[in-house]
Write a protein that binds this ligand. Structure first.
Ligand SMILES: Nc1ncnc2c1ncn2[C@@H]1O[C@H](COP(=O)(O)OP(=O)(O)OP(=O)(O)O)[C@@H](O)[C@H]1O
Length: 250
């Protein structure tokens, strides 16, 4: 494992017209960590994530992967080596599950063990022949995760990947991703609006507000109120819900 952080942002700025979406973010993420990125809508989470594999370029500052500035890396290769999963992942509707999973490596003349990839994400092997429309939303997201990892990349970026799913499916998928993170030796960054999900899955939580990182702590530190006012406000929501549920149960 490299001594360099798997991903680092150095004084990164990203503007969209007159809006400064990312306003001087510096943060390093060590290989093997599971980081949740939280913050209210419009705080800059997606804008930050998109710079990790050159979907967007910073207006200022640098983004480093394993110590190398992404500006000097081949974007096609970089994206192949990055698992990227987002809400409504967009499987190719006219391709089978197997073809969807294998598409990236196949374009580079490489083959994929589709059955193994399906097993990894908890889907039966016979689903390989199905078309995306024959799968539930949760199953489609599982295929999306399998496709994201098929290139063999060790960095997994997830932008609200469970956003459109019911709470039970969401919880199951979260556990699957956490298990994959460990078994595959991934570095994972999960953008989520669900603070409870962030606290339960991640080993480090970054809080964004107005384009800046305003909280950076472990889940235990967050719960103990040691990560600043914005983090405390976000943690207050699931805590209050848990207390109200407990009160209901007597
Ligand atoms: N392509 C774009 N063009 C113009 N403005 C944009 C664009 N993308 C994002 N923005 C603006 O940049 C700011 C940050 O947006 P971003 O999507 O990064 O936030 P976010 O924290 O991911 O939000 P959400 O949780 O709602 O997805 C917002 O003010 C948004 O309106």
């Amino acid at each position: 494992m490299s001594a360099e952080p798997a991903l680092a942002f150095e004084a990164v700025v990203r503007r969209h017209g007159t809006v400064t979406a990312v306003d001087g973010v510096s943060v390093a993420i060590a290989a093997g960590r599971f980081v949740a990125l939280v913050g209210t809508s419009g705080s800059g989470k997606s804008s930050l994530l998109r710079m990790a594999n050159r979907l967007d370029a910073p207006d200022d500052g640098r983004v480093l992967r394993d110590g190398r500035d992404v500006a000097g890396l081949d974007p096609i290769k970089l994206r192949r080596e990055t698992g990227y999963v987002f809400q409504n992942i967009g499987l190719f509707p006219h391709m089978s599950v197997a073809e969807n999973i294998a598409i990236g490596p196949r374009l580079c003349g490489e083959s994929v063990d589709v059955a193994a990839r399906l097993r990894q994400v908890g889907l039966p092997e016979d689903h390989a022949r199905r078309m995306p429309a024959e799968l539930s939303g949760g199953q489609q997201q599982r295929v999306g995760i399998a496709r994201a990892l098929a290139g063999g990349g060790k960095l997994l970026l997830m932008d609200e990947p469970f956003g459109a799913l019911d709470p039970v499916t969401r919880d199951q998928l979260g556990r699957t991703v956490r298990a994959l993170h460990a078994s595959e030796g991934l570095t994972t960054i999960l953008v989520t609006h669900d603070m409870a999900e962030a606290l339960l899955l991640a080993d480090r939580v970054l809080v964004m507000a107005k384009g800046r990182i305003v909280g950076d702590a472990t889940p235990a530190e967050m719960l103990a109120g040691k990560a600043g006012a914005e983090a405390a406000a976000l943690v207050a929501v699931p805590r209050d819900q848990a207390e109200r549920l407990k009160a209901l149960g007597g």
